[in-house]
Design a protein around this ligand. Sequence first.
Ligand code: SF4
Ligand code: SF4
Length: 66
Amino acid sequence: MIAINEELCKGCTLCVNVCPFHLIQIADRISSKGYYPAKFVDLKGKCTGCTLCAIICPDVAIEVHR
Ligand code: SF4
Ligand code: SF4
């Protein structure tokens, strides 16, 4: 699974597009920083911990837990 730090996320969508299983979405609300933050949605436990999302994030907002 991953943890997205909303305070660091700028909603750039890079992680949304890179996840092979489409497990990251953009939230429909605004963060305290004024961005639409990414959110992790993995109802079926598909995340493999591949780290692609964390590597691509320019703001180092994603932590991967395996
Ligand atoms: S670690 Fe990989 S599978 Fe999990 S959310 Fe990130 S990109 Fe998707
Ligand atoms: S790549 Fe990082 S900054 Fe961009 S939407 Fe994802 S978590 Fe937010």
